[in-house]
Design a protein around this ligand. Structure first.
Ligand SMILES: Nc1ncnc2c1ncn2[C@@H]1O[C@H](COP(=O)(O)OP(=O)(O)OP(=O)(O)O)[C@@H](O)[C@H]1O
Ligand SMILES: [Mg+2]
Length: 297
């Protein structure tokens, strides 16, 4: 267990995963979920520094009198895989929604690639930030194929074959049978709908993936293989992942950093080994009790 993949990607390249870039690809790269170069989006003129993929600067969000997120102040480096865990209602979804401007902070700023969400076009922002929503909300009037193709169609206007290739590629990766392609969301099982939501988020080639309990509606075996897939996708693409889970094993296994939230506060943000070795609060201690011996093996 370590922090090996919590790295800053300022240069270098990675595989295009079998789909060559076409001339009209936008500068973010092809709309097939695999960027063509791993260069930092926010490298300075000197080319030596990266802004964090996401920075929460003393962020507070209230709903009426209730404080959903309370003075969260932390940086998420490009290419990190951050798992977020905490009790129900502690502010995890609200925190994610502030990254793609679905929720705006009352105090503080959220910066995505160095730019405050309050100062950018939210539609543009959401093209670079994929969101696999809690409970998987698909467009009910669109088929599985049309749901997954939604953003690639916008980006690959003149290249339908590229969009079709992206759809089938992501269906295969996420383990969706091709014969459900023409079905509508109401005709899917909960687990299938959830996976279509993940494929849709990834097919848009996001730089950042927000995944809100993405594997909660699948059985244990499928969950294990989806965990392996998301690790592989993360390794191959250098995408930054913020992944909410209620499962401490999933949080420790997937994350190169784990964010523990308690009543709106970020009480610990550290690599799994540190969470296990030095729990910052009694809550974190209770969360990892009996895990130390398992992970020490
Ligand atoms: N739109 C809203 N209006 C009013 N209160 C809200 C709204 N969204 C969230 N809240 C409240 O803010 C707090 C944090 O909610 P949030 O959805 O972020 O929790 P969560 O950690 O994701 O919980 P869960 O694990 O159950 O998904 C909760 O008390 C919730 O009731
Ligand atoms: Mg939630």
């Amino acid at each position: 267990m370590g922090t090996a993949s919590a790295h800053t990607r300022c240069s270098g390249s990675f595989d295009s995963d079998g789909l060559a870039a076409s001339a009209q690809d936008d500068k973010r790269g092809a709309a097939d979920g695999v960027r063509d170069d791993g260069r930092c989006r926010t490298a300075s003129a000197q080319g030596d520094t990266c802004a964090p993929a996401v920075a929460f600067e003393h962020v507070t969000k209230r709903f009426g009198d209730a404080v959903a997120v309370n003075d969260v102040d932390l940086n998420i480096e490009e290419g990190a895989f951050v798992t977020i865990i905490g009790s129900s209602g502690c502010g995890k979804t609200t925190l994610l929604k502030m990254v793609n401007a679905l929720v705006m902070p009352d105090e503080g700023e959220v910066l995505v690639h160095g730019q405050a969400t309050s100062s950018v076009d939210p539609i543009e922002l959401r093209r670079t930030v994929g969101y696999a929503i809690q409970g998987s909300v698909l467009f009910p009037h669109l088929s599985v194929e049309q749901n997954i193709a939604y953003v690639p169609t916008l980006l690959n206007k003149r290249d339908r074959r590229r969009t079709e290739a992206a759809v089938t590629k992501w269906m295969d990766i996420i383990g969706l049978p091709r014969d459900i392609m023409d079905r509508y969301p109401a005709e899917l099982s909960g687990g299938q709908a959830q996976r279509v939501g993940i494929a849709r988020a990834l097919a848009a080639s996001p730089d950042i993936l927000l995944a809100d309990e993405p594997f909660s509606a699948v059985d244990a075996i499928t969950r294990g293989s989806l965990q392996d897939e998301i690790k592989r996708i993360h390794r191959q693409t250098g995408i930054t992942v913020l992944f909410v889970t209620h499962d401490i094993d999933e949080a420790l296994d997937l994350g190169d950093k784990v964010l523990v939230m308690e009543a709106g506060r970020a009480v610990q943000f550290a690599p799994p080994c540190e969470i296990l070795r030095s729990p910052a609060t009694e809550f974190v201690d209770r969360l990892v009790t009996r895990k130390q011996s398992v992970y020490a093996r």
